[in-house]
Design a protein around this ligand. Sequence first.
Ligand code: NAD
Length: 363
Amino acid sequence: MSYRVTFIPGDGVGPELSEATRRVLEATGVEFDWDVQEAGADVMDKYGTPLPEHVLDSIRRNKVAIKGPITTPVGGGFRSVNVALRRELDLYCCLRPCKSYPGVRSRYQGVDIVICRENMEDLYAGIEFEQGQPETLKLIDFISDLSGKRIREDSGISIKPISVSGTRRIVTFAFDYARRYGRKKVTAVHKANIMKFTDGLFLATAREVAQSYSDIEFEDRIVDNLSMQLVGRPEEYDVLVLPNLYGDIISDLCAGLIGGLGVAPGANIGDEVAVFEATHGSAPKYAGQNKVNPMAMMFSGMLMLRYLEEEEAAGRLERALAAVIAEGRSVTYDMKPTRDDPTAVGTSQVADAVIEKMQRPGA
Ligand code: NAD
């Protein structure tokens, strides 16, 4: 059986990482029928948008996509393709498994945390009012009338919506994930002591969902306390479920625990569709140099194999990646003891090494 998967190479270092990832995915023996689609800055001139409708249609049709990073230029009318993709396809969970492999440069060992970050709501919903604009002043007056509290007139305002239905589906996702992958505990993260009607609602809803999963332990943590605990005892955490903003920050913290952006995979998942991509961006200054680490995207490919229920192939790819990391020989500059280590290899040589490991007998 061959899987039809939308393949978006991306821009910056995206195309070279995507090529390396495509090679290792094909070397697992699983058959893919890639539906290659271009998106990002490079297609702006051709289609007038960085995210043409036919790219979205391809993902909707195939239901699974893997993508390289895409640059979001600062300023201008260019909306982030990454944010737009999540919104258009209702990819409400940003999944970030953070697992440390022996040999990575990290102060920690034995980290194995899965982050389920809500992707659509919270302060990132994009409902913002610019300082000094007439509608902002109107809103300030309105809030003052309603709440009796004064907001300074020279304020900008970002709205933080958190809903029961949005929370229910992300927490349900986290518990279902825990069940499917044999995880023991889900921790809901919040600041409910301060924001009672948003984070408080998130926590209350999470507690309610947890009642349907008596086989999985449930606990909650205030986000500042969690940050301290993650730095001290990350091995105590299993699956974390968080609203958007905390999820964004804690994801990067956890990427730091496991050795950095070069190895941190991810996926954006909805009820129908899933898009797999590394946590990092397009690192434009390294584009075309065969230099950066393809492992984060390869690990994202491993997540995709698991999503497709190709567990055996996923396990083989994971073991091969772990073996290359443990050896420390065929790895890129960011995984060497010093950044200017002359023994660092390039992006495509990492793919060669991973493929070689997978092809060994008993791999
Ligand atoms: P970045 O992740 O692209 O790069 C930051 C630094 O991290 C790089 O300079 C490099 O030193 C290191 N790095 C990143 N990926 C690496 C890898 N695979 N191997 C080794 N080192 C790596 O972050 P940025 O510079 O903030 O963003 C660049 C562009 O990427 C921006 O336009 C941003 O909007 C976009 N971006 C896209 C995505 C996405 O497509 N999902 C995600 C984040 C950022």
